[in-house]
Structures are given as structure tokens and as C-alpha cells.
Design a protein around this ligand. Structure first.
Ligand SMILES: [Zn+2]
Length: 174
């Protein structure tokens, strides 16, 4: 019996074009600048250093750390202003119209760009699990303690204290 002929191979499909990377975009407060990064971000981290604290006017900054080649300003390039922090070898970009921090380039890591996590309304594909300069965490930073409504002030919450008050603990007995 003759060997069974192999069925002809189906014509191979034309090579698929390289799939465009999935991207996510974020924007500054005024919406003038839109930044796009490839998804997922490489990593995400919290920066507790004094420089980022001041530059963001916040307890700490959280960044999406990305390869520079995977970050694009897709709108508002002319609005992007920079501040060169020579002391730290950092270049910080911000929106010249609304002041929103946009990018942090650290001289020691020239292939990386850090984009504030808060610019992105949606997911970036990475959880911020890493901390730099954690020793500088401020004692006034909110760390997620339970809160409840403040009576008489709609929209305002107050942290609930778990410790019994000193009076209840008997420290101020008459
Ligand atoms: Zn802006």
C-alpha cells in the first residue's frame, strides 16, 4: 500500500503585521497635555523623597516607571515646560498652563521616564508596590485609617480613632 500522501499544507497566511502595542493615556488637570504609555507600565512606585514631595505638593508621589521609548506626549507638546534640578540631576516636566507634574527623568537612569500615576484615570497594568525613600514618609501622610462622616460638614470625613479616649481609659479620673 503506498504511503498516504500528506495533505497539502494550507497556504501560510500573510505574516501578521506587528501588533500595535496596547496603550493607555493620561492627562494633566487642564487637559492640554495628554501622555500615552505602552500598557502595561514597567513598574509603579511611590517616591517619598523631599524633591518629589515638594514638586507634587503632596505627601508623596506615585509614578508609573516606563522605558523612555514607551512614553509619548500625544497632545500639547508646546505646553510642556521643564525644570532642571541640577542638584539632584533630575529633569521634571510640568504643564505650563495648569502646573500638573508630567514626567520625572532621573539622570542616573537615562532610559527611563516616570509619569505620575495620578494622570491615568484607568489601569496601567502595574500595582504600586515599591517605595523609594520610605524613611522620609511624613507623619502627616494619610495611611488609610478608617474614616467616617464629620457631622454637619457634608463631604468631609474624619479619621476614627481606635484608641479609647484618655478619659474613658481612666487617665483623667477626677
Ligand atoms: Zn495642563
Amino acid at each position: 500500500m503506498p504511503a498516504k500522501a500528506k495533505p497539502p499544507k494550507p497556504a501560510s497566511p500573510p505574516k501578521a503585521r506587528m501588533k500595535a502595542a496596547e496603550t493607555v493615556s493620561g492627562a494633566c488637570l487642564c487637559g492640554g497635555v495628554v501622555i500615552e504609555i505602552d500598557f502595561p507600565a514597567f513598574w509603579a512606585w511611590h517616591d517619598h523623597s523631599e524633591a518629589s514631595r515638594r514638586a507634587h505638593g503632596a505627601a508623596y508621589a506615585t509614578y508609573a516607571g516606563c522605558w523612555k521609548s514607551k512614553v509619548r506626549v500625544v497632545r500639547g507638546k508646546t505646553l510642556v515646560a521643564t525644570f532642571e534640578d541640577a542638584e539632584r540631576n533630575h529633569v521634571r516636566s510640568f504643564c505650563s498652563r495648569c502646573g500638573t507634574p508630567l514626567m520625572l527623568a532621573r539622570g542616573g537612569s537615562p532610559k527611563w521616564l516616570n509619569v505620575p500615576r495620578a494622570l491615568f484615570a484607568g489601569r496601567i497594568g502595574r500595582e504600586a508596590k515599591y517605595h523609594l525613600a520610605i524613611g522620609e514618609l511624613q507623619d502627616w501622610a494619610y495611611l488609610g485609617a478608617p474614616v467616617g462622616p464629620l457631622k454637619g460638614y457634608p463631604g468631609v470625613s474624619i479619621e476614627k480613632t481606635r484608641k479609647p479616649s484618655r478619659a474613658k481609659a481612666g487617665l483623667f479620673e477626677p
